[in-house]
Each structure stands twice: as C-alpha cells, then as structure tokens.
Design a protein around this ligand. Structure first.
Ligand code: ATP
Ligand code: MG
Length: 722
C-alpha cells in the first residue's frame, strides 16, 4: 500500500509530525524539555532520506556535542533500517567548521594541513606578542586577552570590527593592534584557534559567493539541535548557509527551548530564537506541548520553578504520565556533603536491589568539585560510576599535580612524581636540566630527588637552575621532616602554599582557574577522613584503579551543563544551597540575568528525570576551604508543595525537625535547626493560594500559563503572532 504511513512516523503526535513532514521552508520548533525536539530532528532526517529527497551527504545537522551526533547517526540508522551511508556533515558547529576549512583553507590564507591550537598554545603565543610589543604582561595578562579574543570571535568580530571601547580597554589602547598581530601570527604558523573555526568559514563564504553557492546547492537540508545555545558567530554562518537564493526553499529546521539556555556565559545568545522569524520570513513555528519524558510531579516541579524567570517566551507543557504511584520530587536534607554522598549511595543501592540498572541513574552537580565526595563513596561501596564530560576528580590536572607533591614527600623515590612537579609552578628548570638530573640519577642508580640533593652540592649546574633545585630540595626535606609531626591536612596545605602551586592558580586569569582552586580545597578536605598522608595516598591508588568501561552498568556523574539533552530514570541533584546553587558568582553579579541562567540550569536538571528525582541540600559545606553553615537554595522555595515532598527519613542526626518542614520549630539558638524552617520554606508551605499552583493543581495534566507574553520588556514577544 503506497499510502501506508512509515513506521517511523506513526508514533509521532500531530505537531511532531508536522515538524517532520514540513520539508520545504524554514521551521522553528520551540518547545519545553522532553517534548521530543531531538526525536523530531532525528525522524526528520530519516524521513528526508527515506523519501529520497536528499542523500546523506546533502544534510547538514548540528548537534551540541560530538557524542550527540554519534547517537543521532545511530538512531537515524535504526529508523531507516540501517541504510544510511554515513552522515558526513553531522557534528558540532566547530567540527563542521574544521571540515569546511580543510577543504577551502587557501581561501582564508591557510594550508589545509593547518593545526588547531589549544588554549595553552594560544596563551603562550599571545604572551610572546605582548612582550614583543614591550607591554608589561603582568599588568596585561595574556590569559585575559585570550579570553577577550575568544569573546570577540564568538560575536563574529575580526580585529577591524571590534568596538572602540573594547579595543581601548586592553594594554593602553593596543587591543586592536594586538588582535591583528595575533591573527597574522596564526597565519604564519598555519594555525587556527577555536574561534577561527567559526570565523574563517564566515569570512570565506562572504568573500567567495561562488563557494557559498556551491554549498547552497549541496546542503538541501539544515537541522540544528539545542538552538537556544548558539552564539552570534554560529548564527551568522548558519544564516549564510541557510539563506539560499530567492525561489529556492530555505530548508532549515532549528529546535530549541529558551528555558534551557545555559551557555550565556560562553557567548550564547538566546535572542537568536527571536531573530529566526525575522531572518527567515514565512518560517513555520511549531510548538510541542506534550512531554513524553517525565512524570507529572517532575514536570510540575520544573514548570513551577522556571515560572520565576521573567522574559520567557512562554510555553505550555503537559504530560499524560499521571500514575498515582509516582513519587513526588523528593527533597532531602543532610548534615554535610559526606552524609549527602552516603545517603545517595544508600538510595542507589536500594534501587539496585530492586533491579534498577545503574545506567539509568545520574548525579548532576553544579560545580565539579562536588563530584569528589560521590566518587569516593562509590569506590568504598564498590558501585560502578562514570564521569561524563570531563576527567574524574582525581584525574584532573591540578589534583594530579598536588598528588605528585604529596607522593614525593611520602616516597622520595617516586621519580614520576618528581618529573611532574619539578618545574610546576615554573622555576626556570627546562628540559635540559631535567634530562641532566635524569642521567645523573641513572648513572648512580639513585632517585631523582636524591640526585638533585647531590648535584646542588657540585658545580655541574649553572647558578640559576642550581639555585632553583636547591630550593626544591630544601622544601622537600622540610616537608619530609614535618610528615610525622604535623597533621597531614595541614601539611598538605603547607606544601601547596610553600611550593607556590596554589599561587600559580591564583595568578591564573583563565576561566578554569577558580574551579581548579576549588578542587584543590576539596582535595585537602577529602584527606580529613584518613589517618595519615600515606593512608590517603593508598586510597587514591585504589580509586585510580577503578575501571571506566563504557560497557559497564554504572551510575553517571556529570555537571548540569553537560547533562543537556540527556535523560535518566532517576536523577540526583545534590548541593541545592545558596552560594553553590545558585552559584556565588551569579549572586555576586547582582543582576537578574545571572540568577535566571542558574534557574534555567535547575530546570535542565529537574527535567532530565523520567521517574524519580531527588534533590539534596546540606547544612554545612566547606566552600573556599572554610566550613560554612549554608542556607537551602532559594530554588527549593520555588518548588510547588503539590509536587514536592520533604523526606521524613532524614533522621540521621539529632535535634532535627521530624514533623515535616515549615512548622514553627525555627530556633536561631540551635545551630542548623533552621534548615527546614527557613522563611522561604514556610512561605512555600503556607502559600496555598499560589496562583500558579491553582493553574495545574487539580488537573490530570500539567499546564503552565503563558508567562511573559507581551508584558515584560523587549524579550516578551510572541512567537506566533498572538
Ligand atoms: P530536551 O529539551 O531535554 O533536549 P527533547 O525535546 O529533545 O528534550 P527528546 O529527548 O527528543 O526531547 O524526547 C524525550 C523523550 O520522549 C525521549 O525518550 C523520546 O524518545 C520520547 N518521545 C518523544 N516523542 C515521543 C512520541 N511521540 N512517542 C513516544 N515517546 C516520545
Ligand atoms: Mg533534545
């Protein structure tokens, strides 16, 4: 039967089908979490292929991560029965940019063998340029300038186009000049930085209309997932490719959710959603309102929370998943992060006993230092886990460096540790010096640290490295002397300070530096539960030995940022405390936008859960090395009573309110007793007439009123001409 609906279409709802089957002309799918946006894109590709409208090589599909691209390829394969001959143009903006540039490198003045520089290379290069210009690079750090350049590139701006004010703000007005010099230097090196992977294709298309036309012909269909997190440069090249000549349909389909825009700090522009209809007149805007992922409680909690943001486009969401047996979103309290990790571990073991695979569970943290406690706990319990989107805690650069110091103090013969840190932080000890030490040690069959102690007594080394090495030896001797007498955590702190390691990161202006410092603090904290530094190092050896096997059934641990687009049966959201989530940096900014981005992150976190969602907050957390009694996150106050339950089982420490939260047990004298009785919680409890709650309190489905429509400022625009 010719008119039979193909299998891959029959499972879709009418709006989804419309989005899949509207193949001619621009389409924007704007819809909340779990409504099937990604599924629509995948099915659309399958449909294009199955209906013979294009070959795989004529489809350009942009995903947010390369992993997502691989998964999408697989699924398309399943939908069309494995007949896909590969999809060469499916990947992230950056990976597609590389591919374009390799083909046309000469058009932007590169050779196709160009190299891609990482952040370290970039900073080194900029530093050379700054110094060559006689500018004080202490005053005008290269790292800072590298970030400025990256920011400009994300906005699609070359040296000639950056705003005068920006140009003036660096190195006494030399910003533009330096930027241009940097670009010129990259050309001589036949190299690109990350931003160039976006900028060069834009430039290439603009200056070579014939090439652009070639790609207009080639890419019959363009699809973009997670559209809300595109930055300006990405949008520009998307528009260049998608705005095909008059008369040829502009077959571009973008899917996104303004409530899930969480990369503003990296230059993403949620306004690109609003520009779409302007730049692609006649675009069909499709809304998906049915959520297929989560239970009513999870969806209700998430919807209520995000309603606290202003300037939203506004959406309706409902679900049919209304099983009276579904758990509400659980909120738990713990004394500190150790107890938090222990309790989460118990919950996971319980689920495991009830035949729930670990693969279906995830722990989503706000800051990566939070992972350490869970990793430690899981190792102790023998629970498999994997860290997604980054190294495991003890494998991070700064942790490995610190551990190398500790190892060398405990085991002076550990040459690997020695080589790792002898010139970290920089002590002017280059490869030649290290090689000389190595040879000296080998000849005498002694460890390198011992060799160093010997060599500084001779005149084999030039005065400068000799002095540095002398300092290194003296430091280690001192620390070894303290090993038996000083508490090990104190010693650890001393080591990191006296070695200059902590200062190295304090002076580092990169975006990662604060996180690295947090991780170092967390490392020291993790030592507290051990008797000695040696005991601690033995534990680390065990942790490092745990397999990271993709086949293994394992709990996933990741940051909220890397959880975008994913889903799990059970989601744990630890650390919902003021200062951690919302993060202190967002609070310090003061404005609304930082806080709203944090709230969107909370929304992303909640909506990853299909069936069970557990939120945790602790009364005490060590932040920036200090124990602090913490307040529950304001986001907890913003959850609706109807869909959230405060766990009564948290009786693990005394003096604790057993009668449910919100009762008048508020006692300022009693430390941490206010945990459940914060005014905010009371407000949530008492606020029975809360308008938003009424909107979906008694229905089988959940619907949110259209918030922000035509009311609050320029962003509150309608998306369908209302
Ligand atoms: P996010 O905003 O989190 O990226 P999304 O809108 O991309 O979410 P998907 O991941 O595509 O949503 O879909 C969420 C879940 O719902 C998936 O498990 C998907 O398979 C399922 N789903 C989507 N549409 C349907 C449908 N018509 N019938 C059954 N299940 C569906
Ligand atoms: Mg998705």
């Amino acid at each position: 039967d010719q008119h039979r609906v193909p299998d891959y279409l029959s499972g879709l709802n009418p709006e989804q089908r419309e989005a899949v089957e509207t193949l001619d002309g621009p389409v924007l799918v704007l819809a909340g979490a779990g409504t099937g946006k990604t599924r629509v894109l995948t099915t659309r590709i399958a449909h294009i292929l199955a209906s013979g409208r294009a070959f795989p090589s004529q489809i350009l599909a942009v995903t947010f991560t390369n992993k997502a691209a691989r998964e999408m390829k697989e699924r398309v394969g399943v939908l069309v029965g494995g007949a896909v001959e590969g999809m060469p143009w499916m990947g992230t903006f950056h990976s597609i940019g590389v591919k374009l540039l390799r083909r046309h490198a000469e058009l932007v003045g590169l050779k196709s063998s160009f190299t891609i520089l990482d952040t370290d290379d970039v900073v080194r290069l900029i530093k050379q340029l700054i110094q060559a210009d006689g500018i004080d690079d202490k005053r005008w750090p290269a790292k800072q300038f590298a970030q400025m350049i990256d920011g400009w590139k994300n906005k699609g701006l070359g040296p000639a186009e950056i705003p005068e004010g920006d140009a003036r703000s660096f190195a006494n007005g030399k910003g533009r000049e330096l930027y241009a010099a940097y670009q010129a230097r990259l050309m001589t090196l036949n190299a690109c930085d990350f931003g160039d992977l976006l900028l060069h294709p834009i430039r290439m298309f603009r200056t070579n209309p014939d090439v652009l036309r070639e790609y207009h012909d080639k890419f019959r269909y363009i699809l973009v997932d997670e559209y809300q997190d595109t930055n300006t440069a990405q949008y520009m090249w998307l528009r260049l490719l998608a705005q095909r000549p008059k008369g040829v349909p502009q077959n571009v389909c973008c899917v996104g959710d303004d409530d899930q825009s969480i990369y503003g700090w990296r230059g993403a522009e949620v306004d690109n959603i609003l520009r779409f209809e302007k730049d692609f007149p006649g675009a069909k805007v499709i809304k998906l309102e049915r959520n297929y992922r989560s239970t009513e409680h999870i969806l209700g909690a998430a919807a209520h929370l995000i309603a606290h943001n202003e300037g939203r486009l506004g959406k309706t969401l409902f679900t049919d998943r209304t099983d009276p047996n579904d758990d509400k979103v659980q909120v738990h309290a713990a004394w500190d992060s150790e107890e938090e990790a222990r309790a989460v571990g118990e919950e996971i073991e319980q689920l495991q006993r009830n035949q729930h695979p670990l693969n279906n569970m995830a722990i989503l943290v706000r800051a990566s230092f939070q992972m350490r406690e869970f990793e430690d706990r899981f190792v102790t319990l023998g629970l498999n886990y994997r860290v997604i989107g980054g190294p495991r805690f003890y494998e991070r650069l700064e942790i490995r460096d610190a551990l190398a110091y500790f190892r060398l103090v405990c085991q002076p013969a550990d040459d690997l540790a020695f080589e790792r840190i002898v010139n970290t932080p920089k002590r002017g000890l280059g490869d030649t010096t290290v090689r000389a030490l190595h040879d000296y040690a080998r000849k005498r069959d002694i460890p390198m640290l011992a060799a160093t102690a010997d060599i500084v007594e001779t005149d084999e080394m030039k005065p400068k490295p000799r002095k540095s090495l002398f300092d290194v030896v003296t430091m280690f001797q001192r620390w070894q002397g303290l090993l038996e007498t000083t508490p090990h955590t104190e010693l650890a702190e001393t080591i990191l300070e006296e070695s200059g390691y902590t200062d190295m990161w304090k002076n580092d202006k990169s975006a990662e530096a604060p996180g690295r410092l947090e991780n170092l603090k967390e490392l020291i904290r993790s030592m507290e539960q051990f008797e000695s530094m040696r005991g601690f190092l033995e534990h680390i050896a065990l942790v490092m030995d745990v397999e990271q096997n993709a086949e293994l059934d394992a709990v996933s641990i990741m940051t909220l940022h890397s959880a975008k687009g994913l889903e799990f049966e059970t989601v744990f959201l630890p650390g919902w405390e003021e200062g951690l989530f919302p993060h202190q940096r967002a609070l310090d900014e003061g404005g609304r936008s930082g806080l709203e981005e944090e709230r969107r992150l909370a929304y992303v976190g909640l909506t990853r859960a299909k069936r069970r969602c557990h939120i945790w907050f602790v009364s005490n957390r060590r932040i920036h090395g200090l124990w602090q009694s913490t307040l529950p996150s304001r986001f907890l106050d913003e959850l609706p009573v109807t869909h959230v339950e405060v766990s009564e089982a948290d009786q693990s420490y005394g003096g604790y309110n057993r009668g449910g939260y919100g009762q008048s047990r508020f006692d300022k004298q009693e430390p941490f007793a206010n945990t459940y009785s914060t005014p905010g919680w009371k407000r949530a409890q008492a606020n029975k007439t809360d308008a938003t709650r009424d909107n979906w309190g008694n229905r089988s489905g959940v619907s949110i009123d259209r918030i922000g429509y035509g009311e609050s400022g320029p962003k509150a625009r309608t998306i369908d001409g209302e």
